[in-house]
Design a binder for this molecule. Sequence first.
Ligand code: NAP
Ligand code: GDD
Length: 365
Amino acid sequence: MANKNIALITGVTGQDGSYLSEFLLKKGYDVHGTIRRSSVDFRERIAHLEGLPNFHLHYVDMSDSMSIIQVLRKVRPTEIYNLAAQSHVQVSFDSPEYTADVDAVGVLRILEGVRQCGLEDTCRIYQASTSELYGKVEEVPQNENTPFHPYSPYAVAKLYGFWIVKEYREAYNMYCCSGILFNHESERRGETFVTRKISLAAARIKQGKQEKLYLGNLSSLRDWGYAKDYVECMWLILQQEKPEDFVIATGVQHSVRDFCYYAFKRVGIELEFTGEGIDEKGIDKATGRVLIEVSKDFYRPTDVVNLWGDPTKARAKLGWNPNTTGFQELVNLMVDHDMAKVAGEGAAEKVRMNLAEFLEKGIVK
Ligand code: NAP
Ligand code: GDD
């Protein structure tokens, strides 16, 4: 069909890829997602979409230009959403070279692949950029004109991605742009990101399946939104007449400590925090039991501690409402989901949970 919208989503198995697929399928797109080859089944987030006539999967690794070019030639997308990335900030300290290859050079591979396949005039490209670019922040709140100060190997790699997109836009007049998205969470968030770690722990502690939660910097501040709301912006950004970059955020800031407080409140536990820094503890007010402790294991070599986005431009130009899902509603959604998940967990999940704990302490912090 001549005018059919054909979307290619890299990183379709991720949190955002799964919500974006649902969103675009509802809009009538043909959705092509890229997955990595793996010896285990990791497609839990998109299992419900597999088998739909307009949903297709292809193998691509962002470190492999040939796999990218092959899929571009075959699919000839009208829109690309480049979401694939090593997206964990702490992991980028442990695997900096890999992170640079995938998160920085991977973006170049997509842009150059589009040119080499002769798609530069017919295909629009969205790049998943990040508030981590502001890093050691130079102003609060942050908007499209705030200077960047990346503060992790992940952020430095993503900064390359941001600038190479801008370069291809200016050098070759391509329609490519970046969404500078602040943290967005959901029931599908990876289990080693702080919000999901907390929502799962609140559920497990409530149900007697976990003793304590160990965290790093409780004072870190984030502008947390709901991933399901944010994927709409990715699409809106590509529907503008001219390609432009946008900050996507709620404009509301909370600490990790706040997230803990509301998550535990949702399961009926009122927390009281005492002490400071490494000695801080979250105590169950009713019983005096210590439920949260701080562990140095979860501190980062450099940490971004004050992210707060200004969504004025997105509101004005995209007509997007940044406050569709409020902070407490988001916490409740995640905790309610995890209460049900944990209630259904059997012996196999328990083994998996222990492995996740090991990964947190040993590799993924
Ligand atoms: P996510 O859940 O970690 O998903 C990342 C996706 O990238 C997964 O599908 C993963 O595949 C894929 N991927 C990783 N390495 C790859 C490689 N070498 N080749 C091909 N695919 C690879 O991340 P997300 O939260 O959905 O975020 C989506 C994008 O937005 C990422 O680029 C992230 O950096 C960026 N971002 C996220 C946020 C946020 O708060 N969520 C904010 C700003 C920007 P597997 O399933 O095989 O691992
Ligand atoms: N993961 C984790 N685990 N973070 C913790 C912990 C812990 O036990 N304790 C405190 N934190 C703090 C981190 O130090 C950080 O300041 C904050 O909680 C948020 O950490 P994450 O949830 O891991 O997310 P992030 O902000 O580093 O990165 C996410 O958001 C970025 C956008 O700002 C990722 O999704 C990135 O891909 C994304 O670009």
